[in-house]
Design a protein around this ligand. Structure first.
Ligand SMILES: *[C@@H]1O[C@H](CO)[C@@H](O)[C@H](O)[C@H]1NC(C)=O
Ligand SMILES: *[C@@H]1O[C@H](CO)[C@@H](O)[C@H](O)[C@H]1NC(C)=O
Ligand SMILES: *[C@@H]1O[C@H](CO)[C@@H](O)[C@H](O)[C@H]1NC(C)=O
Length: 253
């Protein structure tokens, strides 16, 4: 059956549009119609400089420097950021710890190393899963484009520190180890996806549940400091598996 030229062009356009989808992340902050957004329960007459001030970014990670910890200043912690399309994180990497492969679905991340060295990497899913890495020194910056899988690794013997700026007040974080092995995905799905056996999947789940081994007893993290996986023996194995899975996931979209 002959298709009209218009219909052909429409189909061509649709196919091209679908083809472009996995190549770019488009989610982002909404445009706001006021200069800033007050919480619904706030009295505008009571607003002063305190509303625009946040003082817990650094104190949030002042605790345990043997682990990887992150303290955030996003709209959740700092409501004045609502609608401003910016936020921050303070990151502390104990010696040998990693910020595991993850994605920020709504923001690019601009990382500034204030105490290096620090190894970083990202996966370019649109180019056959090419991995880009860099060994950063104090004062260096690295940009992780929006929606791309990335990680940081302190392979040194001293603590490393960095700050990250995000192009969203709610960048969001999708941790690949957490999403795969700490949610309710059935074991057989993971076994088949990773072409491994039940015992290995159970071991990965168990390893992620246990706190990462550290030299000293851990003080309770402060409410804004979230301890993630660090220095675990499973990470080299998991990293390799995740790189494959991440690439496969992206190409499968
Ligand atoms: C500013 O606002 C905060 C919170 O509403 C309040 O606790 C503080 O006393 C105010 N400061 C001044 C100088 O009015
Ligand atoms: C990407 O991988 C596919 C399949 O392995 C291959 O055919 C293609 O040439 C690769 N493209 C690039 C740019 O390397
Ligand atoms: C950390 O990695 C960098 C880059 O690969 C390397 O030059 C350095 O020797 C490594 N440091 C240690 C302590 O292994």
């Amino acid at each position: 059956m002959a298709l009209t030229l218009g219909l052909r062009l429409l189909l061509l356009f649709a196919v091209a549009a679908i083809h472009q989808l996995p190549r770019s992340a488009r989610a982002g902050d909404p445009n706001i119609l006021t200069d800033y957004v007050l919480p619904s329960d706030a009295d505008p007459a009571q607003i002063n400089g305190t509303f625009f001030t946040y003082t817990h970014l650094v104190s949030g990670v002042a605790g345990d420097t043997s682990k990887f910890t992150v303290s955030k200043a996003t709209a959740a912690e700092f409501p004045a950021l609502m609608g401003q399309s910016v936020s921050y994180a303070s990151l502390v990497y104990g010696a040998g710890t990693v910020n595991p492969p993850h994605i920020h679905p709504r923001a690019s991340e601009l990382l500034l190393v204030v105490q290096g060295p620090l190894l970083v990497g990202l996966i370019d899913a649109a180019h056959n899963g090419t991995v880009y890495t860099a060994a950063l020194e104090t004062g260096d910056m690295f940009v992780f484009p929006k929606g791309m899988v990335h990680w940081q690794f302190n392979n040194g013997t001293d603590v490393a520190r960095a700050f990250s700026a995000f192009g969203s007040a709610t960048p969001g974080t999708i941790s690949l180890p957490t999403m795969l092995f700490e949610t309710g995905i059935d074991d057989p799905v993971l076994e088949k996806s990773f072409r491994t056996d039940e015992a290995t999947v159970k071991e990965l789940k168990q390893d992620l549940r246990e706190p990462a081994p550290g030299p000293a007893p851990e003080p309770a993290p402060s409410s804004s400091a979230v301890a993630l996986v660090g220095g675990s023996a499973l990470l080299p194995r998991l990293a390799a598996a995740l790189l494959c899975a991440g690439a496969a996931f992206w190409f499968g979209l």
